[in-house]
Unconditional design. Structure first.
Lengths: 501, 339
């Protein structure tokens, strides 16, 4: 029995074939994983499944009806996008039941009391830490994520639920909680499509997996009997070694400090002191909201420190001056690619060259030859897949945008590099590419800070790991001699770190 | 954009387009396509409709009238590309004009020195706007509404609403003279436009302005001096408005307190017609000035036909709506049977 079936779907965009004769069959009571590298066609496939994009060729059948002819069938597909798309200054209940007339809470006037009562049930069911009347931008990001899922799930008629990387800003506990909800929906007979780059999640949750590569379906496999190595091989077409480590291979000397923070306080953290040595990858572990990003952004000058000092090579970094920090040789790569990374209206070329324009001018004028050289080199070196450098960056897939931004940061040849969740939403092949770049830079003497929520990532790359909990630094650990339990204890703020799992 | 992406890839299927579609596609692909098409159509229609339109005398009238609004448009369009707006540009222009009159007539200063001081004052007023906006993190629209009141009020305090007559003849050349048959204010406009366009297209600062308009947070994350550039752009807008104000005084021979009253909305309309996005990041001062040319031609043809001047704003408002619809309509036409 099938709920949704697509046959030989093909979709092309100018210059690219996004989907090439892809088949997919969704069955009730099954969790179907969509796997593939960035740009493999997952997003386009989801858009076809939800009816946002009409394929050039092929058929989409929902409950045996032709959905391309009868578009009302697409209401049976609920979709939770990766990016948050909520109305920030409206309440939780209002967000849940928008549009009100369709959810039955108002035709001429909105019956707020009934709506909040219904919302309270859903809030409890999905374990959201909020009241129906709370404003959405006052609740935490994980709660917003759950709200978004609850919103999709409160449509009664849906038979298919598509989740696009729903856990990217959730902690382990919240993820577990979400998985419970997903399993319950599956047991109720819903077909779930789950997109994730996190291997643990794929193996924990999946019943079947369809692997996409370069717009083609590599095949559909049962998850039973699938191994991590095999799946990665199917996705990338080549094999990577999961055991590979990326710590810099040269020992760093104790007194070769390049960056030091002394008792620095700012928004969301206080009294943080640490040092970064030349040629070291220093990991920062902590929960979402522990203050790691805020600390890094403050050191970089994006926020203004309320007290304390930071020194780069013995020279004080002025507060609140990103331009000075960059001039002194520091680069910060934000985890918020959309808000802090890309310039959506500009081309790939302009996005990349922006960080080094001051170095490619001749008599005050941008030398387009030098610009083209640098951009072409960056695109090649970081394997940015684009049909042309003149293409607007928003038309690239998320992973390729990220590679372009990393390339842009590297083009500056920084002395201190802060990576804030550089591999969020990135496929494993590209991930390892980024690790290799970090390792190489560290070996060339760059000081690197890696902020990450993935323990495996920190263990794979960092030589030393600093833990933060609730705005304070709780410890500094040597990676080689510390086990995961100790680290996890330190990031959840347990007083006796050694006894916590 | 769509053009560039179709060209290099997909060698198997070269896109075949009917000629009409190819033309529309080319116009959409070029950022100035819309405004140039509109310009050509209106110019052609005007030539056909009135025998008096394409005469050197009439062209000179258009050029001279255009120069003042055009100068303000350059500054305003740079601000709009940055994602800002300055509603006090008209008031700055008027204030610069009367201050010039006071310096030259009432204080008897050297006209050229007075002119320099006025330009400095204009840049200073713009800089003050920029400083208040960046340092107090105010919204530029709201702040400049207030500052327009301040500058406009200062103008009335200084003049009590009465024009200052007796402007020295030394500078009247700036307003009334010709260089090789072209009015001096129009030459000034072309020079300023060339300089600003060069900065916008060929220098890092210009690229930074587009970047800030596209995503100000990301620009700060890259270490771009966002606030310094913003203040500089406000100073530029103030400077150009003051320049327009002084040229107007030189042309009229009197410093009217009402100078600049119409320089607020017309440049914004011109910029929008010329493809500058009100949300920042898109467009160019060249397009904006071409937009001003369109408005100038329409105003001229209305006069030539002897239509009531009250119709002017109806027509130029309609043109704004048409211009912003053009892009959207053209895209819809291109996508109509793409699926």
């Amino acid at each position: 029995m099938t709920i949704l079936q697509i046959e030989a779907v093909r979709k092309t965009y100018p210059g690219v074939v996004a989907l090439d004769h892809v088949d997919l069959t969704l069955e009730p009571g099954k969790i179907h994983i969509l796997a593939g590298e960035n740009g493999a066609g997952k997003s386009t496939l989801i858009k076809v499944l939800t009816g946002l994009v009409a394929p050039d060729e092929g058929r989409v059948l929902i409950e045996d009806g032709d959905a391309l002819a009868d578009r009302a069938l697409f209401t049976k597909v609920a979709y939770v996008p990766q990016e948050l798309s909520l109305f920030g200054s409206m309440t939780v209940a209002e967000n849940m039941f928008m549009p009100f007339d369709r959810s039955g809470f108002g035709h001429l006037t909105v019956s707020r009391r009934a709506m909040e009562k219904a919302a309270a049930d859903l809030i409890q069911r999905f374990g959201i830490h909020a009241k129906p009347g709370h404003l959405v931008n006052r609740i935490s990001v994980p709660d917003q994520q759950l709200l978004q899922i609850a919103r999709a799930a409160c449509r009664e008629e849906f038979r298919v639920l598509i989740l696009d990387e729903p856990t990217s800003s959730l902690t382990a506990n919240e993820t577990e909680h979400l998985f419970g909800i997903i399993r319950r929906l599956r047991d109720d007979g819903c077909a779930i499509v789950f997109v994730s780059h996190k291997m643990e999640e794929i193996f924990e949750l999946g019943d079947t997996v369809t692997v996409l590569r370069n717009g083609r379906s590599v095949g559909t496999y049962p998850m039973q009997g699938m191994t991590e190595g095999h799946l990665i091989q199917l996705m990338s077409g080549s094999s990577v070694s999961l055991e590979e480590k990326f710590q810099p291979r040269f020992a760093v000397s104790e007194n070769d400090t390049i960056l030091s923070a002394k008792h620095i306080s700012g928004p969301g953290f206080s009294d943080a002191s640490f040092t970064l040595r030349r040629g070291e990858i220093l990991g920062f572990a902590g929960l979402v909201g522990a203050g790691r990003s805020e600390l890094m952004q403050t050191i970089f000058g994006y926020h203004r420190a309320t007290s304390g000092q930071c020194f780069l090579d013995g020279e004080e970094i002025p507060r609140g001056r990103t331009d000075r920090a960059v001039a002194m040789g520091m680069v910060y790569l934000s985890e918020e690619r959309k808000h802090h990374g890309i310039f959506p209206l500009l081309s790939v070329r302009e996005n990349i060259s922006l960080s080094v324009l001051d170095r490619m001018k001749r008599g005050g004028i941008i030398s387009s030859r030098r610009e083209n050289d640098v951009v072409a080199e960056t695109i090649r070196q970081f394997d940015v897949r684009t049909s042309s450098a003149a293409k607007k960056i928003v038309h690239l897939s998320g992973g390729n945008q990220q590679k372009a931004i990393i390339g842009r940061a590297m083009a500056r040849r920084p002395r201190v590099l802060i990576f804030d969740e550089p591999t969020k939403g990135i496929d494993i092949g590209t991930k390892f590419q980024i690790y290799r770049i970090m390792q190489q830079l560290a070996e060339e003497g760059v000081g690197i800070i890696l902020v990450s929520s993935e323990m495996t990532e920190l263990q794979r790359c960092a030589s030393r790991i600093i833990t933060m909990y609730s705005g304070r630094i709780t410890g500094s650990f040597d990676q080689a001699t510390t086990d995961v339990n100790t680290l996890v204890g330190a990031i959840i703020g347990a007083p006796e770190t050694r006894h916590v799992a | 954009m769509s053009l560039e992406t179709t060209l290099p890839a997909a060698p198997s299927k070269p896109p075949k387009m009917p000629p009409m579609k190819a033309l529309v596609s080319r116009l959409v692909g070029n950022p100035l396509g819309g405004v140039i098409a509109a310009l050509v159509i209106i110019f052609g229609a005007s030539c056909a409709l009135s025998p008096h339109f394409l005469t050197s005398f009439n062209m000179m009238i258009i050029a001279r009238a255009l120069a003042f609004v055009g100068l303000v448009t350059i500054g305003q369009s740079v601000l709009m590309i940055l994602g800002e707006l300055d509603l006090s540009v008209g008031a700055i222009g008027g204030l610069a004009g009367v201050v010039g009159g006071i310096l030259m007539v009432q204080l008897g200063l050297n006209p050229w020195l007075s002119l320099g001081l006025c330009l400095l004052m204009g840049a200073g007023c713009g800089l003050l706007n920029g400083a208040l906006i960046t340092q107090l993190r105010l919204h530029s629209l709201v702040l400049t509404i207030g500052m327009a009141g301040v500058y406009g009020g200062a103008n009335l305090v200084a003049t009590k609403g009465v024009a200052i007559t007796g402007i020295p003849r030394d500078i009247s050349f700036l307003g009334r003279g010709l260089v090789m048959g072209v009015p001096v204010p129009f030459v000034v406009l072309l020079v300023c436009l060339a300089v600003v366009a060069f900065v916008m297209f060929r220098t890092p600062v210009g690229r930074y302005i587009y970047a800030i308009g596209s995503n100000p947070d990301a620009a700060r994350m890259l270490g771009i001096r966002v606030n310094a550039i913003r203040m500089g752009a406000f100073a530029l807008a103030g400077f150009l408005s003051a320049l327009a104000g002084i040229l107007m005084v030189a042309r009229l021979g009197t410093a009217q307190p009402s100078i600049g009253d119409t320089w607020v909305l017309a440049p914004i309309a011109a910029a929008v017609i010329g493809g500058v996005a009100t949300t920042g990041g898109i467009g160019s001062p060249v397009g904006a000035v071409l937009g001003a040319v369109i408005i100038g031609m329409i105003e001229d043809i209305i006069v030539l036909f002897g239509i009531s001047p009250y119709w002017q704003s109806v027509v130029s408002g309609g043109i704004v709506v048409l211009a912003i619809s053009f892009d959207a309509l053209a895209r819809r036409y291109l996508n109509r049977d793409a699926a």
